[in-house]
Design a protein around this ligand. Structure first.
Ligand code: PLP
Length: 439
């Protein structure tokens, strides 16, 4: 049972605290009173250092769309490491992965690789600024686009400081963020066309980019309405402001990303997670003219971009094998499972007489303890009671050997079958029967 103070995880966390602040080097994987240290994994199951095996619906925050140790990835990576893991020179692997992505998604005319989604977003912002000669970035309230100051504002807003719903406050996420950063960030409500329009139209002359997630992950796994994205596309096209879709999470919901489902081609797209097949990766991609800011062939580029591990061939071959197996049929299969999971969880709540629902799209889901419509950061922001119910559900699932993120979000990999879906839904049913949900 978690948490067991005599477990190896507890002991490792004690050791970790002596060498790392908070015993942690990655906030997203911390859970109180200590995180579960992992020993190994295969397919959709993870084994911790105490020998407990759990069904994995986290998949390293959705980076492993084919689960752990996907044989084609293991084979390609093993072979690549045998040939060399990184070089001071490009390889054919980066060309191949870029070609594979370009062939899938119409708007990815040119791209550059990075080692994380955060870097991809940072480069998209830098490119948009260099291209337009303007500085301000508009983003949606509560959205997470990685650990880059200029897109962090309002990520941690609370009812105590978030201000007017129609004009959300630019609350800095990290202490020490220079006020100048806030001055260059414009925060708009998600899925509210009229309120977003009022803000954006007033700022149009100073905006370098508008960045949005087609499915807002951290704010609540909430799909954008078609009207909202259509408005952003119309506004940015009319004003000549690059529209950036952050598809680092949402890419998996369609063969060509979430953007294809909306019928919108953004000017730039940021990618990460699954396109590296479980290895560090990010990509910034988009229109040839905007991406030209990185082009060094006519002298020093407008945005110099380098990085020791950019397009390292290990991540590239893992990404190539992952995309090959993530064909239309695979996307449709896990999306159907996602629909089933969300629909069934809604039914489980109804049957248990508890207010709650599952949000998400495609193979992404998140469980909430509220019945109100979830449209944006504020509507999905849990009450204190809702927050403790989420924590209790997370704990109850963990102790039935089912892993979802601490906020009860998850994703379905291609190696999950009917039995695993049954295990998840059975665990949710039992957990909801057993946890006390405060009124
Ligand atoms: C939408 C979105 N953008 C950016 C990032 C940052 O990516 P990375 O963790 O690879 O830096 C994340 C990570 O979860 C994300 O969900």
């Amino acid at each position: 049972m978690y948490p067991d103070p005599s477990s190896r995880s507890a002991g490792l966390f004690d050791r970790a605290c002596a060498v790392m602040p908070g015993g942690n080097t990655r906030l997203a994987v911390y859970q109180a009173p200590f995180p579960i240290f992992i020993a190994s994994a295969a397919g959709c199951r993870v084994t911790d250092v105490d020998g407990v095996e759990r069904l994995d619906f986290i998949n390293n925050q959705s980076a492993l769309v084919h689960g752990h140790c996907f044989p084609p990835v293991v084979a390609a990576v093993t072979a690549q490491v045998g040939r060399g893991s990184c070089f001071s020179g490009p390889t054919d692997t980066e060309v191949e992965l870029a070609e594979a992505l370009q062939a899938r998604v119409p708007g990815l005319e040119r791209m550059r690789f990075t080692n994380s989604g955060t870097e991809a977003v940072m480069l998209a912002v830098k490119a948009a600024r260099a291209f337009t000669g303007r500085y301000k970035i508009a983003k949606c309230e509560g959205a997470y686009h990685g650990s880059y100051d200029f897109v962090e504002a309002s990520r941690g807003s609370t009812p105590a400081n978030w201000g007017d719903a129609k004009v959300p406050a630019r609350v800095p996420y990290s202490k020490g963020t220079p006020p100048a950063v806030g001055d260059l960030t414009v925060v708009m409500p998600y899925n509210d066309v009229a309120a977003a329009a009022a803000i954006l139209e007033a700022e149009a002359g100073e905006l370098a980019a508008v960045i949005v997630e087609p499915i807002a992950n951290r704010p609540g796994m909430i799909p954008a309405t078609p009207e909202f994205l259509a408005y952003l596309r119309e506004f940015t096209q009319r004003t000549g402001i690059p529209l950036i879709f952050d598809e680092i999470i949402s890419f998996r919901v369609g063969f060509a990303g979430a953007q294809a489902g909306y019928g919108i081609v953004p000017d730039m797209t940021t990618l990460g997670k699954l396109i590296g097949g479980g290895f560090p990766v990010g990509a910034v991609a988009g229109r040839t003219d905007i991406m030209g800011v990185f082009d060094q062939r006519r002298g020093s580029p407008a945005v110099p971009h380098t990085g020791t591990f950019n397009a390292n061939p290990v991540s590239m071959v893992a990404g190539i094998e992952t995309l090959k197996a993530f064909d239309e049929a695979a996307v449709a299969r896990i999306n159907r499972r996602g629909d089933e999971v969300r629909r069934t969880i809604d039914g489980i709540f109804a049957k248990a007489g508890i207010e709650g629902q599952a949000s998400g799209a495609g193979s992404l889901f998140r469980i909430h303890f509220t019945a109100r419509p979830l449209t944006d950061y504020r509507s999905a922001y849990p009450t204190a009671a809702g927050q403790s119910a989420v924590a209790a559900l997370h704990r109850a699932l963990l102790n039935q050997d089912v892993m979802v993120s601490a906020n009860c979000s998850g994703n379905i990999s291609t190696v999950v079958g009917d039995l695993e879906i049954e295990q998840l839904l059975g665990a949710v049913t039992r957990a909801l029967a057993e946890i006390r949900v405060p009124a």
